[in-house]
Design a protein around this ligand. Structure first.
Ligand SMILES: Nc1nc2c(ncn2[C@@H]2O[C@H](COP(=O)(O)OP(=O)(O)OP(=O)(O)O)[C@@H](O)[C@H]2O)c(=O)[nH]1
Ligand SMILES: [Mg+2]
Length: 573
């Protein structure tokens, strides 16, 4: 019999998480220095696990548990020798009201290296105490249901955040904005699937309220729309997380390396009057108005027989293809002579100039080429007309200024004229490329999320659009009679999956081999919810969809994903 209680399993997932892990690791008590390495005023040592209370009973004077979450000053002693180690503030967080969900304590001790190593040494002498591995505290918080996987990733990002915008995005994610969005979708889809399952089982009884399947369709369509909107964010969140790629491009000797040096305020790249000085890509990172930018100075673009320079140009063009933003540098004098000849048109000039450099769009706009020039089609570039200090004639300067059009700026790396305005424009471009989301509409921040949400969306679309009645019947007729796997098994193609979501009751499946037909079903054209015969397939796609959301939030996990995510954490977090 189908039962609704089988659907309400979310909290079971959380409880099961620990048992899926190496149990001894979960049962042990771990400790770590959670503040940074090196001498400091106060250092923080954290302990978590079943035996955490022993810190108070065996290592503090008096040997009693303090009031939960109340800071108290205690003498800290070695548990065996009773030698005094330090005097500091201690805190007790009994389970489940702690970061990890386990009994935990904190020792705020003096930050000298001798004090820290004496306290850590004393902790190691307590039976059942082990030094924590990177991310151990957060891993326990995850297994105990304190954080979902997106919140864990947000916490990791917060620790690694280097700019203001990155910090804001990570905090939003750690506070659960993304997790709530995905969990909300998952809950709705789980209900949809429950309703479809109930309808299949009981449609002939009178118990099923009318319009159940129609209601599922409305909900699925709504989520499809929301997911499409969520995915069409131009990778803003991912860019902000990993940094915007900005390529500095142009002919040799125009001042590309001078621009890089001006931005980073140090001689990061060699500047010389010899054209072709820069050969390799020189990469450095900066914080531009709170946005993380990965700057790439590149080799000057020109025809050459020099094999080293040719390789440099190849690398420069590759960098151009992967750039989110570009700064194209020209010599202002080049434009003056063109202007003096008359008939100057910026649009035409820029197009042909990009083409000459090898970075412009070509005529037939093949897919590869469109990709290669995304910063052009998105208009995410500025053009700097450099060395304006060399134009001495006021008439020429006036002519140049009057002909200037956005996004061109007259600048001089030598006198720094015009650089501020150009940087302002660049900041606007960067902001538009990685504007962070809001708590209500959080941005997607990792490729892992995009992959699963895209796969989820695909499954949902298969329910609404892709079904062709004739195809379906052909498959029913052709279907093998035995070895039809249950729907649950269809999604469990990853052997490491720690659970396979909800377990649905035994049922009579259509007389088809769903495995062999899945591919074909995915090619159907139509609405699976409009025929009772195809509802089972709709349920199958709904399960796939909810599973993908479960992978993102960590309701369904694989060891590989967890290892990857937690490996980025520090010891003590
Ligand atoms: N007068 C003047 N000279 C400049 C200015 N900017 C750069 N230069 C000079 O132009 C020369 C080339 O500058 P780089 O920054 O090395 O030019 P580049 O584009 O990196 O050159 P390659 O690496 O060869 O492609 C150097 O001698 C700079 O000092 C400027 O605004 N005014
Ligand atoms: Mg250079």
């Amino acid at each position: 019999m189908w039962s609704w209680s089988r659907f309400k399993a979310s909290h079971h997932f959380i409880n099961k998480r620990c048992s899926l892990q190496n149990t001894s690791r979960c049962l042990s008590t771990v400790y770590a220095l959670s503040s940074g390495q090196g001498k400091c005023g106060v250092a923080l040592v954290r302990v978590t696990g079943d035996k955490a209370r022993e810190v108070f009973t065996r290592m503090t004077v008096p040997p009693t548990l303090p009031e939960p979450r109340m800071a108290v000053l205690r003498r800290i002693v070695h548990p065996a020798t009773r030698d005094g180690l330090d005097r500091g503030i201690v805190l007790w967080f009994p389970a489940p009201n702690s970061f990890t969900g386990e009994d935990s304590c904190e020792l705020h001790i003096h930050g000298g290296s001798a004090v820290i190593s004496a306290v850590l040494g004393a902790l190691s002498s307590l039976p059942g105490y082990y030094p924590a591995q990177p991310g151990d505290f957060t891993k326990r918080a995850f297994y105990n249901g304190k954080l979902d996987l997106t919140e864990v990733e947000g916490l990791g990002d917060l620790i690694h955040a280097e700019t203001e915008a990155q910090r804001k995005q990570a905090l939003q994610q750690m506070e659960g904005a993304l997790g709530q969005l995905y969990t909300g979708w998952r809950q709705v889809l789980l209900h949809c699937r429950a309703n479809i399952e109930a309808f299949i089982d009981f449609s002939e009884d009178e118990n099923i309220q009318e319009g159940v399947v129609e209601d599922v369709e409305v909900k699925v369509r709504k989520i499809i729309k929301e997911m499409e909107h969520h995915l069409s964010d131009n990778r803003r969140g991912e860019r902000l997380r990993s940094g915007l790629q900005l390529a500095i491009l142009g002919r040799p000797n125009v001042g590309k390396s001078s621009f890089l040096n001006a931005l980073v305020q140090r001689p990061a790249a060699i500047v010389s009057p010899v054209p072709g000085t820069t050969r390799d890509v020189i990469e450095t990172t900066i914080d531009m108005g709170g946005y993380p930018i990965i700057l790439s100075d590149t080799a000057g673009l020109r025809d050459t027989d020099d094999i080293v320079e040719t390789e440099g140009i190849k690398r420069a063009l590759a960098r151009s293809r992967h750039a989110d933003v570009a700064v194209i540098i020209l010599e202002a004098t080049e434009i003056v002579s063109l202007l003096e000849k008359g008939l100057f048109n910026w649009d035409r000039f820029i197009k042909s100039y990009f083409a000459e450099l090898g970075i412009g769009e070509n005529e037939d706009k093949t897919l590869e080429y469109e990709y290669s020039s995304s910063w052009i089609s998105n208009e995410k570039y500025v053009i700097l007309l450099n060395k304006v200090d060399l134009i001495v004639s006021e008439d020429e300067k006036r002519l140049l200024k009057s002909a200037l059009e956005d996004p061109c700026f007259l600048v001089s790396m030598k006198t720094e004229e015009g650089i501020e305005n150009a940087l302002l424009k660049l900041k606007h471009i960067c902001a538009s490329l990685c504007e962070s989301g809001t708590a209500e509409n959080p941005t997607l921040t990792a490729t892992r999320h995009r992959t699963h949400i895209s796969a989820c969306l695909k499954s949902l679309k298969l329910i609404i659009n892709n079904y062709n009645e004739n195809n379906y019947h052909t498959h029913l007729e052709k279907g093998e009679k035995s070895n039809s796997p249950k729907i649950d098994e269809l999604s469990a193609n990853n052997s490491n999956i720690s659970e396979t979501a909800y377990h649905f009751p035994e049922r009579e499946t259509p007389n088809i081999n769903i495995h062999s037909s899945t591919q074909a079903f995915e090619e159907f054209d139509g609405n699976l919810l409009r025929s009772e015969e195809t509802l089972l397939i709709a349920a199958h796609h709904l399960q796939k969809a909810t599973n993908h959301l479960g992978y993102v939030t960590g309701h369904i996990t694989t060891e590989d994903i967890l290892d990857h995510i937690f490996s980025a954490f520090c010891i003590g977090k």
